[in-house]
Design a protein around this ligand. Structure first.
Ligand SMILES: Nc1ncnc2c1ncn2[C@@H]1O[C@H](COP(=O)(O)OP(=O)(O)OP(=O)(O)O)[C@@H](O)[C@H]1O
Length: 299
């Protein structure tokens, strides 16, 4: 488990992380979303134990992570700008990883080579950017980490490879309870793999949600009545957003499907539909609820 508690980080006078708290359960995938400069990389590096917060606590397996050598053997961070020793081939990097990570799996290294179709004897810096990213995943997954921290990991990967790598990550989460934190500025890029998502903006965690909860407790409702109705009749509903298109009301309502259905049936509408929302719509309305326009943050 990863626990971040009231973490603050400043670079000179700039507050880059502002009282951030979050928890990532073992065997789950947490998506950290935010625009450029939001603080994602800083937070990931703090979780990976590479930089130290000014205050607050960052714990992995209930131990402080900064400069903790035993935790580093269990945790791999793939940065947004990759680093490999110049002149090294993947085979040479694999030897290096084998010495660093006690659970290194050489059989897997050979299997993945066939699936990725990359020459392990070629110098890594001679590969394209996307191929270098594949090498980073190849090495990271063969180290069999318990924790995988990924900074904008899918940038520059073609859709086929992206799908393949996502499925490997999900497999490791399902089969051996690997825990993953993945950052992105794009919701659609990570929504298919995450169990929970947090949105960070200007160093603050604005919103944090389990995706299953999100989808089950927010609904779009279209309604029309024979006659004008007073706004008061909707007072019992937790309305996040409402608009009127002609004679049709469109509401975004938080709550259990059955409760909403029951309350609205009592109002005797002539049109009544409860519709599902896309994840992007859910975030738009949730963010509106906390006073931010998501377009300024994620889109
Ligand atoms: N080493 C540093 N020294 C000074 N300021 C820094 C340093 N690293 C990051 N910052 C500042 O911290 C803020 C957050 O940067 P960070 O890289 O964490 O954001 P990000 O959300 O990962 O952005 P991006 O999506 O552009 O990669 C930025 O204003 C950045 O300029």
């Amino acid at each position: 488990m990863i626990q971040v508690q009231n973490v603050n980080k400043k670079f000179e006078k700039d507050i880059v992380l502002d009282n951030i708290s979050l928890k990532v359960d073992k065997g789950s995938i947490y998506g950290l979303l935010g625009s450029n400069g939001a603080g994602k990389t800083t937070l990931l590096k703090t979780i990976a134990g590479i930089i130290k917060q000014n205050s607050g606590a960052v714990e992995v397996e209930r131990k402080p992570v900064f400069e903790n050598v035993s935790l580093k053997e269990m945790l791999i961070y793939i940065p947004d700008s990759l680093f490999f020793f110049s002149q090294y081939t993947t085979n040479q990097m694999a030897k290096f990883y084998e010495n660093m990570y006690p659970n290194w799996n050489n059989e897997r290294f050979v299997q993945m080579q066939q699936l990725l179709d990359l020459d392990p004897g070629k110098k890594i810096h001679r590969f394209s950017k996307g191929m270098q990213r594949q090498v980073a995943f190849w090495l990271a997954l063969c180290a069999m980490p318990d924790y995988l921290i990924l900074d904008e990991p899918f940038d520059g990967l073609d859709p086929v490879i992206r799908k393949k790598i996502k499925s490997w990550v999900i497999q490791d989460v399902a089969e051996r309870e690997m825990t993953v934190v993945v950052s992105s500025h794009n919701l659609s890029e990570v929504e298919d793999i995450c169990d929970a998502v947090g949105i960070i903006h200007r160093g603050k965690l604005l919103l944090e949600k389990e995706l299953d909860d999100l989808k089950s407790d927010i609904h779009k409702v279209q309604l029309a009545f024979k006659q004008e109705v007073s706004k008061d009749v909707f007072a019992g509903l937790n309305v996040l957003h409402q608009e009127k298109r002609g004679s049709v009301y469109v509401f975004i309502i938080r709550g259990e499907y059955d409760d909403i259905d029951q309350q609205i049936q009592q109002l005797d509408p002539v049109v009544f539909d409860i519709l599902p929302l896309t994840l992007e719509e859910i975030f738009i309305y949730e963010m509106e609820g906390v006073g931010y326009a998501i377009e300024n943050i994620l889109l």
